[in-house]
Design a protein around this ligand. Structure first.
Ligand SMILES: C[S@@+](CC[C@H](N)C(=O)[O-])C[C@H]1O[C@@H](n2cnc3c(N)ncnc32)[C@H](O)[C@@H]1O
Length: 234
């Protein structure tokens, strides 16, 4: 395994709280919440026209692959591919009984040959971007991999004021009891790692790499955003 993939795996384990198995369990438990009605309506609205029979859907940073599993049940006509790097997510991926496969790659710098040029109809990046060291290289590669008119659905946490983050985490807006310094260190690391971009930063990255933004919706009381963007049809 390359040094870069090893380093990435160490980073991801740390980012995911130090316990990969636990992180995979949380991804499985949070699946319904992270692919709720608000997400599914947005997905259908912006991918429906693009998703013809035999189309290819790629889930970037697919975790244990539950989104692909669900899609394989309703759209067995599609080719479904995930991309993932964390071993604990790959171990829990439920691809044995379902019709999709997962490719192992570092999406910070994915090899150009990971997909053929103009071979993807729809790509999803659900809470991947804040985990990337930078998302520009992936956006450029994806632009080449998408068919003209192909769509990217990008969902991620966005920057929020520290006060709102703390109120949400503690469930109250006064912090007058003694706090544990180690727990607060972890909490602030969590804040900075999950609060990387404003919604307008994500939109700027998309526009600067050639995508047309189709729609943007603020979700989760402003703590996250879902964006549909398209490679221009030609
Ligand atoms: C917050 S999880 C979301 C998983 C899934 N998309 C979902 O919505 O349940 C982000 C996923 O992206 C993966 N990931 C983060 N950085 C990555 C990278 N550079 N290359 C490949 N996968 C990556 C993580 O391992 C993790 O499984």
């Amino acid at each position: 395994m390359s040094d870069a993939l090893n380093e990435l795996r160490e980073y991801l384990t740390r980012h995911h709280g130090g316990d990969g198995d636990d992180a995979a369990t949380r991804a499985l438990d949070g699946h319904a919440r992270n692919h709720d009605d608000v997400f599914r309506r947005f997905w259908s609205e912006h991918t429906g026209a693009q998703l013809k029979a035999d189309g290819r859907v790629v889930d970037l940073g697919c975790g244990p692959g539950l989104f692909l599993r669900d899609l394989s049940l309703t759209r067995p006509d599609l080719e479904l591919v995930g991309v993932e790097a964390a071993p604990y997510m790959l171990e829990r991926a439920c691809d044995e009984d379902y019709d999709f496969n997962i490719r192992v790659a570092d999406l910070n710098d994915p090899p150009a040959e990971l997909f053929d040029m103009a071979s993807i109809d729809v790509a999803l990046a659900n809470r991947l971007f804040h985990e990337l060291h930078q998302p520009l290289v992936l956006l450029q590669r994806l632009y080449d991999w998408l068919k003209p008119g192909g769509v990217l659905i990008l969902v991620d946490m966005v920057r929020q004021p520290l006060g709102s983050f703390l109120t949400h985490k503690f469930g109250r807006d006064r912090l007058d009891e003694p706090l544990d310094a180690r727990a607060m260190k972890a909490l602030f690391e969590d804040y900075f790692e999950h609060n990387r971009y404003h919604d307008y930063d994500l939109l700027a990255l998309l526009v600067m790499t050639g995508y047309e933004v189709l729609a943007e919706e603020s979700i989760r009381s402003g703590r996250a955003v879902q964006i549909a963007a398209r490679k221009p049809a030609g």
